[in-house]
Design a protein around this ligand. Structure first.
Ligand code: HEC
Ligand code: HEC
Length: 319
């Protein structure tokens, strides 16, 4: 974690406001990173689906649950601290409160479950999918299936997806996969991309930035980030997310190769242990990370990734 000084924050705020003001037409409108206020739907080019206006959540019992789900999604640790071990929010990786297309939007996810997942080799309910987000991306523990946390998140997703066809992969779902890069993703090139495009917000040490204990820019690696079991630890997934969504406010400005390189750099750093770790790095790699591009258990600059990982669970371990 780096100490935030005011110069840096001012710089970053300037970038955010400039990015917000100059975004391509009405295409994007930046929310303050942790303002908790989702924006109204923007005009998009999406032919398939546009989620309802955030202001149209109904004023009744069901609406209250939808609002709770939205709050959890935006400020996850604050609203569900018993399940969250880092200082990320769901919205750190699913932008605009889970509305933005190509940022794995919730409305597109809702209509795709139950679904088979290779990750655990069975058909997953939406509940299981959400529990996994807490265990891996939030480096925490799974909320019980009948908990208010799960009910609220599903209510929010259901509300966002109203009118969408079921069982259809809608335009904007997930993070758009990139073609294989021309050159093998490279740590050194990635480091340069990082310094020039990312460090200002995410910190030179990748630890993100906080103001008065509140996360402003989320950690990309280290103890405050997602763990080794999270989807974002995969270089191809990270490259896809980064290309479509980062640098914040200037999405799409990196070349594909730069996105691959900076993803390789980001995921070549230590992060919290995979919760499925069984005491042997080799066995855990073989069982869950058995792909040439997966960096878990691999040696980078003389360090074996995963070997010095703090145990999974983050801040929950001190409770
Ligand atoms: C560190 C980044 C990160 C965080 C934080 C995060 N997610 Fe995700 N989420 C991902 C990635 C990566 C995927 C997989 C997308 C893919 O494979 O293309 C995903 C997938 C999903 C999906 C399935 C999407 C689909 O179309 O099938 C849902 C639902 C979801 N996340 C909800 C959540 C919720 C709820 C939270 C907070 C409790 C959360 N996520 C936190 C990165 C994150
Ligand atoms: C202007 C500030 C800014 C810049 C520059 C920026 N980011 Fe981000 N990034 C953010 C914010 C803020 C979020 C969380 C999204 C939100 O809250 O809307 C984020 C989220 C992320 C995430 C998902 C959350 C996490 O912590 O893992 C990744 C990965 C990421 N950024 C990578 C990058 C990379 C790589 C670059 C450089 C190519 C970059 N970012 C440049 C501000 C920035």
């Amino acid at each position: 974690m780096m100490e935030l000084n005011f110069m840096r924050l001012a710089q970053a705020a300037l970038i955010l406001s400039v990015a917000g003001a100059s975004g391509a037409g009405a295409q994007t409108q930046l929310p303050a990173p942790d303002s908790g206020t989702p924006i109204a739907p923007v005009a998009t080019t999406n032919k398939d689906f546009t989620p309802p206006d955030a202001r149209s959540i109904p004023d009744n019992e069901f609406g209250a649950m939808v609002r709770k789900g939205q709050d959890i999604f935006m400020r996850t640790g604050e609203y569900t601290k018993d399940y969250v071990g880092n200082s990320m929010n769901c919205a750190s990786c699913h932008l605009d409160a889970g509305r933005r297309e190509d940022s794995s939007p919730l409305w597109a996810a809702y209509v795709l479950y139950p679904a088979y997942r290779a990750k655990n080799n069975r058909v997953n309910t939406l509940t299981e999918r959400l529990q996994g987000c807490f265990q891996y991306s939030m480096n925490g523990i799974a909320p019980p299936a009948d908990s208010e946390t799960i009910i609220a998140l599903q209510s929010y997703m259901y509300w966002l997806a109203q009118g969408a066809p079921t069982g259809v992969k809608l335009e904007g779902q997930g993070y758009p996969r990139l073609e294989e890069p021309e050159q093998k993703p490279d740590f050194v090139r990635g480091e340069r991309v990082y310094e020039q495009n990312c460090a200002l917000c995410h910190g030179t040490d990748g630890g993100g930035q906080k103001v008065e204990g509140k996360m402003v820019f989320p950690a990309l690696w280290g103890d405050d980030s997602f763990n080794w079991g999270a989807g974002m630890h995969s270089v191809s997934t990270a490259a896809a997310f980064i290309k479509a969504n980062m640098p914040l406010g200037k999405a799409g400005t990196l070349t594909d190769q730069e996105a691959w390189d900076v993803a390789q750099y980001m995921n070549s750093h230590e992060r919290p242990q995979d919760p499925r770790y069984d005491g042997s790095l080799e066995a855990t790699r073989k069982q869950f990370h058995d792909e040439p591009s997966d960096l878990y258990g691999m040696s980078v600059n003389g360090k074996i990734l995963g070997q010095n990982a703090t145990p999974a669970g983050g801040t929950l371990r001190n409770k």
